[in-house]
Each structure stands twice: as structure tokens, then as C-alpha cells.
Design a protein around this ligand. Structure first.
Ligand SMILES: Cc1ncc(C[n+]2csc(CCOP(=O)(O)OP(=O)(O)O)c2C)c(N)n1
Length: 886
């Protein structure tokens, strides 16, 4: 094959000359049209040509097309040098004081210029910015110069606890809205979460606009991410969505320093080429920002395109080695590889070769790339910026394999860094890692403030307020559930009825965001398609097959449902965007994402954790929940653990209601807490697909508060000739087995039973934990009682059963005074009828009866015969394998 710029023979030369003369005569636009026409021909049968997905390893924006740089270049470079220094000093100082704190220098060293051009020219105050996590020190360094963080704050990098005691602002290791709620908007420390979140944030901005809720006012979402980070499935999974939705409000800058933590990202290949093909194929505009301005002269003199050929033969591992070595080495090993290259380098000194910049370190080139991205119409843009990891950190760190972890620098290294970036400080100050801040009336700070003022204010900054949204009276959407009068329905159905009514509410309705991942029909939500429509930026360009039906599939530009297709990662990212809209957009929204509970926390737990970090407010509904309640679907669908995952997320309130009335109380409470009281919590509620008689909400002054607290007295079954007494706790669908067990105990075994609905074991445990701590730290005060202790006083044995692993009811074990036994569904799930599965997992009413009798036997209140008789009567097989072994 002919190499670029080198025709092999006369025929090829003729074609080449024809193209070049076409460009000269009619311009590149016409040349592109002709090429498109030829390409269509060539791709047809007979030739079957497939186009290359890669362009040469050079900048997409040619030097003669780049706009002039509008800033004060020298001043901006000085500012970047100061940021670099303070970021480095922050990390090294923290580590000198406490070696265990960690921290990173090399990532920001590579990204500093990418950030600085953004901050000085492009990142507007209302834009949403996702920061590469390991660059956090650089962002703090900027806020220090802006006067938003003090020197004392910088001295508390990665020391949030000590900072609190010292009255300083602790600086979190990575961007973190929970730890720095006025500063960071998005947690990006877990790789891949930032990229996918940024796409759904950009789409959510469009959603708000198309639904007439908020004008986007040309707001953009910027994301600066690592090239290593692109390997995360989450980074890649929504690229086509961004293109399909024509998200030209989204710009990614991938910091291609060619290294990750352990070594090269693609030692034997080129990550920039790989990403170019991938993003281009997904429909993004790709802008390669590979070489700095001082290469322009070399390219101009390189008539035979020897440089392009050399790059085509150089893999990233080798580029890293070139970056780690000096000018002499590069002259010998890069330019020395062929006479044409050697000739190009002839006019350069070794020092000049050493200082040849990569594109991502050249403000002028970065400006050109960002400027082009801003002008892009109808497509998201990715800028692939080549940088050097540990840029400017000298021979010990720049592009070294170990650079990611480098956090200690010796006196000589610090002085060399000071020299490299021409910082006006003494040797001793450099060695002492003194933070450097020019005076307030210096040109540097004047410029910095002026630029931010022109762009609308300082960043990052997280919004804290949104207007209060009134929650409709419960009777308007849940009267049927509160006064259910034993009508049969599932809690899923009850939820959908409540959601449907909430959507109709004039005030709150438009703020409700129903979200599904291709399961709306599964959960009986198809009626919503017609009622509120499915959001599509394109409207509906086809006549749906079911157009004649009352429930037809309706996509609309102002549609309200976010139907995310089979992407739980996408759906939860949409949920997080809506659940943080109160902060990101100052507009409170109320998302309800309903999903197969098995494909929630287990599948996308880290994204849920990130939403919690982001102080999300909204509802997650784990439907078809419970290991024995979703009978026939088999193991991979049957969830016995999601409530445990949920219990571990500090801002998550997790509930397992049995009855529609309980659900109504929880929804009402949650909405008020989040929308009226602005508390940073979210709710996880399990829903069942089992249909059964729904009792009305039990009367009683404290019932509603008790439902929220996690436990309320449902009823008691008294035995005639009572031999003993037990308390039975049940949650979710298994509460009905508990009720049946109570009846059996009272009628057939002369044991009275109090029956309690445990709507949330995790809420009970949370309260008990808090009370225990308070009492521990205040021994002289009268001890406070937890809701659990108040509800279950005395020494009556307690038996609990749920459709989840035993660890869920066991969350309260440590706080109960009375003996406590739990039944649960540990083990692998399987398919069968609900009755068969509940028998198999030993959570049905018969097993609950046996557990109660056994407890009473162990306390000496009953004899062993009672238990043996029950085993025989129920037909249990004592030698059968335990369900968790089967
Ligand atoms: C999900 C996840 N896995 C692993 C890590 C640990 N980790 C932190 S940085 C890093 C390498 C990052 O490389 P890259 O994205 O290329 O960024 P660079 O620092 O090189 O600019 C890794 C593996 C993480 N933060 N998150």
C-alpha cells in the first residue's frame, strides 16, 4: 500500500494530483463532495472498499485554520505554572507530614494546561464540569489563588477530620459533593462514573428544555477524563446515545498522557487512534490535539510527510520512552530513525527538541480545539489531547512508569521544578514547599479574576437551593391504598396507580420523572405511554404499530417518561441527573426509577453510591422483589439481597412494605422530606408482583410514624389457655406468612402472638445505633429508648421472617434484649410456585410456627414434643439439605 504522501507509481500520482488540483481550484468543500461520491461507488459491490477509521497522527485543526489566541499567553502560562506548583506542594506537604495520606501529582501535571484554557476561556459558571479525579489538587490550587480556599485549607488536603477540628475546610481527595457540598458538583473518583454521568446530564438538560421546564441557555457539559479511564464499560456504554441525541452541549477532553496507573494504556498500540475510531464510529466529532505549535514549522518543512510515517510506526510505549528522555535521546532515537527526519531536526538544538510540546500542553492549540468543539453543531465532541504524564516533574517522574504514585520530591527536584516553570521563589522556599500566591494587585490575579468574571463566576461551585415543591395531600393520589378494604392488588400495581395520580397533580406532576429500563410493561405502566409520553428529542417519526389502541406507544419531544432501554447503568445515571437537578439546575425534580430489584444495587451499586455522594433526592423502586415472590423467573431475577446493599448507603432509606397503605405512608413521608424539608436522602422501596387482599391503614395515632420508623403493631392473636407468648416480625410479602403463623400458633398451639409489620429493618437499626451511641456518650443522662426497644419491651421472644437473606432482619439483632430468631432466604434462588419456594427456603407460616415453638422449647416454656409434633404434622424432612447448600 502506498504510504501517505508518497505515490508509488505514475497512475497513483495522477489521481493524487487530480485531487490536489480539485482542492486548489474548487476548494476543500467541493473536494469532500467528490470524495463522498467516489466513496459511495467504491463501497458498492464489486469493489467493497471499507474506509479507514483513522486519520494521520496529527492535529485535526491545521495551523492555518486555528483562531488567534485571544488571551495573554505569557500570563496564562505563568498562572498555570503557579497552579502546578501549589498542587504539587499540597500533595508533597501532606505526605511529608503523614506518609499514609497519599495523593497524586502526575495526573494534574499532565492536565494543568487543559484545565487552565478551560477556566480562562470556556468553562462558564452555569456549565457542568466533570473533573478528572486525580487532578483535584490543581483545582484546589486555582481556588486558592481565587481566594476561595485559604492556605490553611490547602494544608488540610486529605484531612477532613482534622480540618473540622481546626476550623478549616478539609479538601477531599477527589471531587466529592458530600464532603465539600459548596464546591464539587460531581463525584468522579470512581473511574467511569464521570463519563457516563456527563452524558446523561447533558441529555437531562435537553429533557428539561424540551419539556418547557428550563431553558438550556447554551449551557454545556464538559468532562475531562483519563485515557485509561476510557477502558471502563461505563465510559463507553452511552457514546451512541450522546450522538443519537445530537448532544452538541457535551464536550469531552480525554487527557491522553498515554499512561494509566501501572504503565502504558496501550503500550503496543496507540490509544488516540483507538479512541478516534471508537468515538468516530459512535457518531462523535473527534478533534485530535496531538502536537504543539513548535511542531508546526517541522510539519511545514516536511514535504514528504516523513513525520506522519514515523508516528504511524511508533507505538505508545515508545512515545512514553521518548517523553521520559531528553533532547539528545529523542534526536538519536526518534529523528535519527531516517535521514529525512534527521534533516528536519538539524536546525534544532537538543534543548529545543527537549521542549517540543505535545498538543495538550500548548494553550494556543488547546484554545483552537476547544473553540472548534464549541462551534460543533448536532454532535457531541471529544478532544483527544496528547500530554505527558508528570509533565515538568523532571527525570525522576516525567513519563516514568512509576509517576502516578510519585508523591515525594527531594530538594534538588523541587528546585528544578521551580526553575522549569520559572517560579519567583527562593531555593529555600521551594525546598520548604511554600505555597505561592502573587499579591492581590498583581497582573496574574487581576487577570484570573477578570477572566472568571467574564465567564460568569468561579468554578467549581455547587448550588444548594431550589424552591420548595408542595407535596399533594395523600388523599389525592393514595386514598384507594389507605382505605383499601381488602381489595386485592399487588404493591407494584398500587405504586403505579399512585404514580399515575401524582403525574396528574397540577403542581408536582410536571416535576415527576418516571424512569424505566425497558420494563414498563413488566410493571404495568403501559398506560403512562399514552398519558405522559416517552421522551424523545425527535418526537415520533413513525406511525406506531398499535396506533389504534388506547394505550399506544407514544414518543414525544415533551414526553415525560425516560425509557432508557436495556441499560441499568444508563437509567440510574438518568435518575441521578434528575435527583440532583435541585442542585445542578436549581430546579427540583422527583424521579421514580422502577426496575427489577435484582438488577439494581447488585448491578449498578457503584452508580447508586455515586448518586448518594451527589446528595441525590428521589425514589428507587425495586420491583418484583423478594426471592420467593417472583416465582417463575428463576435464579438470576430473584433478589434476596438488595435491601442489604441499600442499608449500607448512608443517605438511603430502605423499606420493604407489605401493604399498599404502608407504601402510601412511606411515599408521602419521603416526598415531604425531600421536596419540602430539602433533606439529602433518597428512598429505596421494594415492590411485589404478588396480588393479595390489601387491608386499610390500621387506625391508631402513632401508626404512620411507626411505619416510617420501621415497625408497627399490626394485630395480635390471642390463644385460649395461653401456654406462652411470642412476637412475630415480618416484612414485605412474608408478613402474610407471619400473620398466618400467628393464627396457627394461637388456634392450634396455645401460643399467643403479637404480629408486627417490620417495614424497615435498616431504619430500626439506624435509630437503635444512634440511641446506643448517644447513651454511651452521655452516661449521666437518663437513657433514651430506641423505637425498637420502645415497641418490644420485656422478654417476649421475637421471631422475624423476610423474603431476603437472614442478614436483613439480623440488622437489629444486636439491639434487642429479648431472644431473637430469624428466617430468611439465604442460598441460590430457583423457579417454582411461591408456595413451593417459601417451603423450600423455610420462610412459610409452618416454618415460622416451628421457629417460635423451638424458641419457647429452648426457654423451657414448651417441651420438645411440641416441636416434634409440629415437624411431623407439617411433613418436614429433617434430613433434607439446607436451602443454602442446595
Ligand atoms: C473504578 C476505579 N477503579 C480503579 C481506580 C484506581 N485508579 C485511580 S487512577 C487510576 C489510573 C487512571 O489512569 P488514567 O485514567 O489514564 O488517568 P491519568 O491519571 O493517567 O491521567 C486507577 C486505576 C479508580 N479510581 N476507580
Amino acid at each position: 500500500m502506498a504510504e501517505p504522501g508518497k505515490p508509488t507509481d505514475d497512475e497513483a500520482a495522477e489521481w493524487r494530483d487530480a485531487l490536489l488540483s480539485l482542492v486548489a481550484a474548487d476548494g476543500p468543500e467541493r473536494a469532500r463532495e467528490i470524495m463522498d461520491m467516489l466513496a459511495a461507488l467504491a463501497m458498492g459491490p464489486g469493489i467493497s472498499w471499507t474506509p479507514l477509521r483513522n486519520t494521520p497522527y496529527v492535529n485535526t485543526i491545521p495551523a492555518d485554520k486555528q483562531p488567534s489566541f485571544p488571551g495573554d499567553l505569557a500570563l496564562e502560562e505563568r498562572l498555570a505554572a503557579i497552579m502546578r506548583w501549589n498542587a504539587l506542594a499540597m500533595v508533597v506537604r501532606a505526605n511529608q507530614a503523614y506518609g499514609e495520606l497519599g495523593g497524586h501529582i502526575a495526573s494534574y501535571a499532565s492536565a494543568a494546561d487543559l484545565f487552565e484554557v478551560g477556566f480562562n476561556h470556556f468553562f462558564r459558571a452555569r456549565d457542568l464540569i466533570f473533573y478528572q479525579p486525580h487532578s483535584a489538587p490543581g483545582v484546589y490550587a486555582r481556588a486558592f489563588l481565587e481566594g476561595r480556599l485559604s492556605e490553611r485549607d490547602l494544608a488540610h488536603y486529605r484531612q477532613e477530620v482534622t480540618a473540622m477540628q481546626a476550623g478549616a475546610q478539609g479538601l477531599s481527595s477527589y471531587p466529592h459533593p458530600w464532603l465539600m457540598p459548596k464546591f464539587w458538583q460531581f463525584p468522579t473518583g470512581s473511574m467511569g462514573i464521570g463519563p457516563i454521568s456527563s452524558i446523561y446530564q447533558a441529555r437531562f438538560i435537553r429533557y428539561l428544555e424540551h419539556r418547557g421546564l428550563q431553558s438550556s441557555a447554551a449551557r454545556r457539559v464538559w468532562g475531562v477524563f483519563g485515557d485509561g479511564e476510557m477502558d471502563e464499560p461505563e465510559s463507553m456504554s452511552a457514546l451512541t446515545l450522546a450522538a443519537r441525541e445530537r448532544l452538541d452541549n457535551l464536550i469531552w477532553v480525554v487527557n491522553c498522557n498515554l499512561q494509566r496507573l501501572d504503565g502504558p494504556v496501550r503500550g503496543n498500540g496507540r490509544i488516540i487512534d483507538e479512541l478516534e475510531a471508537l468515538f468516530g464510529g459512535a457518531g462523535w466529532r473527534v478533534i485530535k490535539l496531538v502536537w504543539g505549535s513548535d511542531w508546526d514549522g517541522l510539519f511545514a518543512r516536511d514535504k514528504t510527510r516523513a513525520l506522519e510515517r514515523a508516528f504511524a510506526n511508533t507505538v505508545d510505549g515508545q512515545l512514553q520512552t521518548f517523553a521520559a528522555n531528553d533532547g539528545r535521546y529523542n534526536r538519536d532515537h526518534f529523528f535519527g530513525q531516517d535521514p529525512e527526519l534527521a534533516a528536519l531536526a538539524q536546525g534544532l538544538t537538543d534543548a529545543q527538541i527537549d521542549s517540543l510540546k505535545r498538543g495538550g500542553h500548548d494553550h494556543v492549540k488547546i484554545y483552537a480545539a476547544y473553540h472548534a468543539a464549541m462551534e460543533t453543531d448536532g454532535q457531541p465532541t471529544v478532544i483527544l489531547a496528547q500530554t505527558k504524564k508528570g509533565y515538568g516533574m523532571g527525570p525522576i517522574a516525567q513519563a516514568r512508569m512509576t509517576t502516578h504514585q510519585q508523591k515525594k520530591l527531594e530538594r534538588a527536584d523541587l528546585i528544578a521544578f521551580r526553575n522549569r516553570f520559572e517560579l519567583p521563589m527562593s531555593d529555600d522556599d521551594a525546598a520548604a514547599l511554600v505555597f505561592y500566591k502573587p499579591s492581590e494587585d498583581s497582573p496574574e490575579l487581576g487577570y484570573l479574576h477578570k477572566r472568571r468574571a467574564a465567564l460568569g463566576g468561579y468554578l467549581p461551585a455547587r448550588g444548594l437551593s431550589a424552591e420548595k415543591l408542595s407535596v399533594p395531600a395523600r388523599a389525592t393520589y393514595a386514598a384507594f391504598a389507605v382505605q383499601a378494604d381488602d381489595k386485592e392488588m399487588s404493591t407494584t400495581l398500587a405504586f403505579v396507580r399512585m404514580l399515575t395520580a401524582l403525574l396528574r397533580d397540577k403542581g408536582l406532576g410536571p416535576r415527576v420523572v418516571p424512569i424505566v429500563a425497558d420494563e414498563a410493561r413488566t410493571f404495568g405502566m403501559a398506560n403512562l405511554f399514552r398519558q405522559v409520553g416517552i421522551y424523545s428529542s425527535l418526537g415520533q417519526r413513525y406511525e406506531p404499530e398499535d396506533i389504534g389502541s388506547v394505550l399506544h406507544y407514544r414518543e414525544a419531544r415533551d414526553g415525560q417518561i425516560l425509557e432508557e432501554g436495556i441499560s441499568e447503568a444508563g437509567a440510574i445515571s438518568s435518575w441521578a441527573a434528575a435527583a440532583t437537578s435541585y442542585s445542578a439546575h436549581g430546579l427540583a425534580m422527583l424521579p421514580f426509577y422502577i426496575f427489577y430489584s435484582m438488577f439494581g444495587f447488585q448491578r449498578v451499586g457503584d452508580l447508586i453510591w455515586a448518586a448518594a455522594d451527589q446528595r441525590a433526592r428521589g425514589f428507587l423502586l425495586g420491583a418484583t422483589s423478594g426471592r420467593t415472590t417472583l416465582g417463575g423467573e428463576g435464579l438470576q431475577h430473584q433478589d434476596g439481597s438488595s435491601l442489604l446493599h441499600a442499608a449500607l448507603v448512608p443517605s438511603c432509606r430502605a423499606y420493604d412494605p407489605c401493604f399498599a397503605s404502608e407504601l402510601a405512608v412511606i411515599l408521602d413521608h419521603g416526598m415531604r422530606q425531600m421536596l419540602e424539608q430539602h433533606q439529602d436522602v433518597f428512598y429505596y422501596i421494594t415492590l411485589m408482583n404478588e396480588s393479595y387482599a390489601q387491608p386499610s391503614l390500621r387506625a391508631g395515632s402513632s401508626v404512620e410514624a411507626d411505619i416510617i420508623a420501621g415497625l408497627y403493631h399490626f394485630q395480635s392473636k390471642y390463644a385460649e389457655n395461653e401456654r406462652a407468648k411470642v412476637r412475630l416480625l415480618g416484612s414485605g410479602a412474608i408478613l402474610r406468612e407471619v400473620i398466618a403463623a400467628g393464627e396457627l400458633l394461637a388456634s392450634e398451639f396455645a401460643v399467643s402472638a403479637e404480629i408486627w409489620s417490620a417495614t424497615s429493618f435498616s431504619e430500626l437499626a439506624r435509630d437503635a445505633r444512634e440511641v446506643e451511641r448517644e447513651n454511651r456518650l452521655h452516661p449521666a443522662r437518663p437513657a433514651r429508648e430506641s423505637h425498637l426497644a420502645r415497641s418490644l419491651p420485656g422478654n417476649v421472644p421475637v421471631i422475624a421472617a423476610s423474603d431476603y437473606a437472614r442478614a436483613w432482619p439480623q440488622l437489629i439483632a444486636g439491639y434487642l434484649r429479648a431472644p431473637y430468631r430469624v428466617l430468611g432466604t439465604d442460598g441460590f434462588g430457583r423457579s417454582d410456585t411461591r408456595a413451593a419456594l417459601r417451603g423450600f427456603f423455610e420462610v412459610d407460616h409452618r416454618h415460622i410456627v416451628l421457629a417460635a415453638l423451638t424458641e419457647l422449647k429452648d426457654r423451657g416454656q414448651l417441651d420438645a414434643d411440641s416441636c416434634s409434633q409440629a415437624i411431623a404434622r407439617f411433613g418436614f424432612a429433617p434430613e433434607a439439605l439446607a436451602p443454602w447448600l442446595a
